[in-house]
Design a protein around this ligand. Structure first.
Ligand code: SAM
Length: 184
């Protein structure tokens, strides 16, 4: 009886934490933790995507906005971030405003799985393999032919990359999987 009660109590505590639910609020669909890409990896991702001036990049799960800021500053691109964490949304918007890049960068607070990113020339992601599996149908439905997708460290299962790049940062090798719509 005592052991049954202890197990039930533990489950009651851990299940809401794992599924990130708050009583009375919709569950947060967190597809990856906040782990920023190192700056040299960000630059390599955008180079690997062959991002050109005037193109639009979407970073799905945009964290502190570093992919968006690099795309605008270094590549002359427009950038849209989709981010579920209000804390990261606030921090990235503040940084974008400080840098006076708000005419070229937008951060949308919401779930990347339901976002409209059909205007993207390039999509960048740093999620997990299982999250990429959930996202894949939306990428296939929404992206135009010729759009490029670069995934940091995690493959999109079922797609064949047009290139796999490697870059070292923070004492480990990071893999970049580059895909092109219409070249699956
Ligand atoms: C590994 S971080 C990558 C941040 C940034 N893209 C980078 O490369 O530096 C993943 C980000 O995705 C966000 N995220 C997780 N699930 C999400 C969802 N369902 N919709 C939007 N953002 C999400 C997290 O809050 C986190 O900021």
């Amino acid at each position: 009886m005592t052991r049954w009660w202890a197990t039930a109590s533990l489950l009651a505590i851990t299940i809401p934490v794992l599924s990130q639910t708050v009583p009375g609020q919709p569950p947060i669909n967190r597809l990856a933790p906040y782990v920023p890409s190192p700056q040299n990896v960000v630059e390599k991702m955008l180079e690997a995507a062959r991002l050109k001036a005037g193109e639009t990049v979407y970073d799905l799960g945009s964290g502190d906005g570093r992919v968006l800021i690099t795309a605008a500053q270094r590549f002359g691109a427009r950038a849209v971030g989709v981010e579920i964490s209000p804390k990261e949304v606030k921090a990235s918007r503040e940084r974008i405003q400080q840098l006076k890049l708000d005419d070229r960068i937008q951060v949308i607070e919401g779930d990347l799985l339901t976002a409209d990113f059909s205007g993207a020339d390039v999509v960048t992601i740093y999620l997990l393999t299982t999250s990429n599996e959930l996202l894949r149908p939306a990428l296939e439905k929404k992206l135009k032919p010729g759009a490029r997708v670069v995934s940091h460290d995690y493959q999109i299962r079922g797609w064949t990359p047009v290139a796999v790049e490697k870059i070292e940062a923070h004492r480990r090798v990071h893999q970049l999987y580059v895909y092109e719509i219409g070249k699956k």
